[in-house]
Design a protein around this ligand. Sequence first.
Ligand code: MG
Length: 256
Amino acid sequence: MRLARFEQKGRVFYGICEDEFIYPIEGEIYSDFKAASQKMKLSDVKLLAPCSPTKVVCVGLNYKDHIQEMGLETPTEPTIFMKPATAVIGNNEEIIYPEMSTQVDYEAELAVVIKNRIKNISPNEVYENILGYTCGNDVTARDLQRKDGQWTRAKSFDTFCPLGPWIETEVEPASLNIKAYLNGELRQSSNTSFLLFPVEELVSFISRVMTLNPGDVIMTGTPSGVGAMKPGDVIEISIEGIGTLKNRVCPQTHIR
Ligand code: MG
């Protein structure tokens, strides 16, 4: 099932996407819901980021090929950091290139959407607490990441966390092809089977640090092939069985 969050006439709804239609839901997306009887055309609604997290928790260096590319040592525990909820945007929204940076990179990532409030769960309890998966782009001001030493500024600009287009609830995350295309050209191509810490270990580990709330997002790290974007570029993240997240980069001067 594909769960989307969308806006129509200024109101926000969740719905189930099927082919070119969306069926608004009755009930609560994180517990019980069913599809309403009426449907709308997907082309008539504006899709939003598929969830509204209280936080986005990310892992650095979680693909073996990306660790080699960066020339770093293999971590023995997940290296985690966070992006604020204000960085989240949806499919087709614009990534704003901040004036503070001269190198803004894309990072294709499988994003996990949490279903229940969880704390201290074991790896074998993880899957029952996941709502589903979406495509994520861990946009990073690489120059500021190097300059600052810690990553908050580099990872946290508004629009630096594109998510979408929807949450796929039925896909198995263990072996999915993941790709990034910059202006239609393939730049990243890997598979989630190369994750150093797989989804169940990662979510369990993070839940031992902090309480995770319904709608919180875990970004599982990026494979090799990260690179820079410039204003005007279009970046697409495609994950097998989920879909494609597409965003254009625009200069900050266009935005207040
Ligand atoms: Mg990343």
